[in-house]
Design a protein around this ligand. Structure first.
Ligand code: PLP
Length: 500
């Protein structure tokens, strides 16, 4: 490659055409600030760089390459129109420090999003700032904490979670300084009202729960649970990770919740997983609205004589909630993610309900197809239904305990076996209340053919030899990795000469 550098200069790494801009910028850099030596970065031509990344992308697996049934994660198709809208220069090329009147377009999107999210969840106010569901949980719990402090109830130091809760719920509450009370579920995987009644008291700050719960079952007693918690002076927090099942059908507000987070990257599409940016806005009832992190977007009608370069009849402005807990994120959160989800929501409009219906239909269809296939293949005793309910919502669980006991093949082995059949593995070992758990969530955009093929392949894996499954996956670039080592010893630096 050296002939390229010889011709166009070493700055041309990864680039093989002359650049007038490059040479004129170089002139403006004082010699005292210029490097004496070039950085030891790998230097390749543009086609080599393109080939490298294209090769890497082909080793990846994503929703665009295959079925991705990861439970609790709602891995949706991301309509490309969302990307087009997020890249409009008036949205992509602005800076959050520009004056309000420069940002009217983006602010109008934020405003609409605040209103749309508040409406579908039955809440009164929304902040778009948190950038993950877990950060939304922490933010809302901090708002509840400040609310209790302001009304003189700082003795409320306990947060109640069911034993099926996602780990982020107790983690967020604990980060805010709360003690966690875990209550057991009933044998059919639902909230136990007696256990809840026994757990609440003067020290209850909140209860955190998702509905449908993590087994994919709708908590029919949720309104009664809200009455119990409220009667004790506590607040109800809705974990919105499972919102895809109920959008347009009912709302956390109707169920009695005071605060909610939305995982825009799950329910409202936005690439996620593998590091894709998320967005976890929160919505609250009016008594908590003053505590939200600011700024929020407000608007007023433009006066006729007002000089402005905005073409709308509204003028959008930043609003600081009066008793705000403070910012939880730089600027306004992941604004690109908000814009993509806004585009998604706008296209569905009042049809959001149909989207949820299809998600629920797909989950129930797949659940029954897997049972049918298993029966036909004579392996129906390989697993039991994690959720002994006739109808689940948008996802379902299976317990692979019988297979583990009969042939030593656990949920992890089946998950790895599925990779060799060209599928992303479902979620494994969550929720913890289901032994050898597999959790499957197909989402609304998958076709019947895709679901049928997955059911057939899933059952084929169950019938495979234990030795084969223990050694799976064989077809992926790497086999079984030491996940604990990989998570604890992150290696993020480029080292000269190192190939892997
Ligand atoms: C039930 C539940 N709650 C909360 C979260 C946390 O959301 P996030 O990953 O956006 O932080 C998840 C994530 O998978 C979840 O499944």
């Amino acid at each position: 490659m050296s002939h390229l550098y010889g011709h166009f200069g070493a700055e041309g790494a990864g680039y093989s055409q002359p650049s007038a801009l490059l040479s004129s910028t170089k002139l403006n850099i004082p010699s005292s600030l210029r490097r004496k030596e070039l950085p030891a970065l790998p230097r390749l031509s543009e086609p080599e760089v393109v080939r490298h990344y294209t090769w890497l992308s082909k080793r990846n697996f994503g929703i665009d390459t295959g079925f991705y049934p990861l439970g609790s994660c709602t891995m949706k198709h991301n309509p490309r129109v969302n990307e087009v809208i997020a890249q409009i220069p008036g949205i992509a090329d602005i800076h959050p420090l520009q004056p309000e009147h420069h940002l009217q377009g983006l602010m109008s999107i934020f405003f609409e999003m605040q209103v749309m999210l508040a409406t579908c969840a039955g809440m009164d106010a929304v902040t778009l700032q948190p950038v993950a569901g877990a950060q939304g949980e922490f933010t809302a719990i901090r708002c509840i904490q400040e609310y209790h402090r302001t009304i003189g109830e700082s003795q409320r130091t306990k947060v109640i979670v069911p034993d099926s809760a996602h780990g982020t719920n107790p983690a967020s509450a604990s980060m805010a300084g709360y003690d966690i009370i875990e209550i057991p579920s009933t044998v059919d995987g639902r909230l136990d009202l007696d256990a809840l009644s026994a757990a609440v008291g003067d020290d209850t700050a909140a209860m955190m729960i998702t509905n449908p719960n993590t087994l994919g079952i709708f908590e029919e007693d949720i309104a009664a649970a809200a009455l119990i918690v409220h009667a004790a002076g506590g607040q109800m927090y809705y974990d919105g990770a499972n919102f895809n099942a109920i959008l347009g059908k009912t709302s956390p507000g109707l169920m009695g919740f005071d605060a909610v987070h939305y995982n825009l990257h799950k329910t409202f599409s936005q690439p996620h997983g593998g590091g894709g940016p998320g967005s976890g806005p929160i919505g609250v009832k009016s008594h908590l609205a003053d505590y939200l992190p600011g700024p929020l977007v407000g608007r007023r009608v433009l006066a006729l004589n007002e000089k402005s370069n905005v073409s709308d009849a509204w003028y959008y402005n930043w609003v600081e909630p009066t008793k705000s807990i403070g910012k939880v994120q730089m600027w306004h959160g992941n604004s690109g993610a908000v814009v993509r989800s806004w585009a998604f929501y706008r296209r569905y409009g009042n049809e959001l309900e149909t989207m949820s219906e299809h998600a629920v239909l797909n989950a129930n269809y797949l659940r029954h197809r897997i049972m049918e296939e298993a029966k036909a293949a004579g392996v129906s005793d390989a697993f039991t239904d994690g959720a002994p309910a006739d109808i689940v919502k948008h996802e379902f669980t299976l317990s692979l305990l019988p297979l583990k006991e009969s042939k030593g093949v656990g949920a992890m082995d089946v998950a790895k076996g599925l990779l060799d059949h060209g599928y992303m593995a479902p979620t494994v070992y969550f929720p913890l209340v289901v032994p050898e758990c597999m959790m499957i969530e197909p989402t609304e955009t998958e076709s019947k053919e895709v679901l049928d093929a997955f059911a057939e392949n899933f059952v084929k894996v169950l019938t495979e030899d234990a030795k084969v499954l223990h050694a799976a996956p064989k077809s992926t670039p790497v086999g079984r990795v030491d996940e604990v080592h990989a998570a604890r010893n992150l290696w993020l630096r480029h080292e000269k000469g190192r190939q892997s």
